[in-house]
Design a protein around this ligand. Structure first.
Ligand code: ZN
Ligand code: ZN
Length: 142
């Protein structure tokens, strides 16, 4: 935990992000949970010590963390479902700022082998590479 906090401080410093007690608390709450918590869950815990921190602030802080590579955004069950009409084998780029998901095609990715231990354990019904980052229009609007 102490190690993780040091990494947190290093990454923040590298990206010129000020280390505030609130940001540290948000990150610590994230570390404590292994359930991929949502911003709402983090906010509920954080407001016990920081009653003035809004959900919006928690949300923006988490997105900033994702932008500097400190955390990753995963689809959770609580998220609105995304439907994909494209039947061709393809992969996704997802913009962590606007939420846009863009399809792309790559034969090497299509050919990726599923690890044997996963094949044994789970019934795999689809395989897709998800890339995350900032899309072109979000990059240009900064
Ligand atoms: Zn975007
Ligand atoms: Zn798609």
């Amino acid at each position: 935990m102490e190690q993780d906090l040091r990494t947190f401080e290093e990454i923040c410093r590298e990206h010129g992000l000020k280390i505030t007690p609130q940001r540290t608390a948000i990150y610590q709450e994230l570390l404590k949970s292994n359930a991929h918590p949502s911003a709402i869950m983090i906010h509920q815990r954080i407001k016990k010590y920081y009653p003035n921190v809004s959900l919006d602030t928690v949300n923006r802080t988490l997105i900033t963390f994702a932008e500097i590579g400190l955390v990753r955004i995963v689809e959770g069950r609580g998220d609105p479902k995304r439907f994909d009409p494209n039947p061709r084998p393809h992969h996704h780029f997802r913009c962590i700022r606007c939420g846009k998901i863009v399809d792309f095609y790559n034969e090497e990715y299509d050919a990726l082998e599923i690890p044997a231990e996963l094949k044994e354990k789970f019934l795999i019904i689809s395989k897709r590479v998800n890339l995350e980052g900032i899309c072109d229009s979000c990059r240009n609007s900064r």
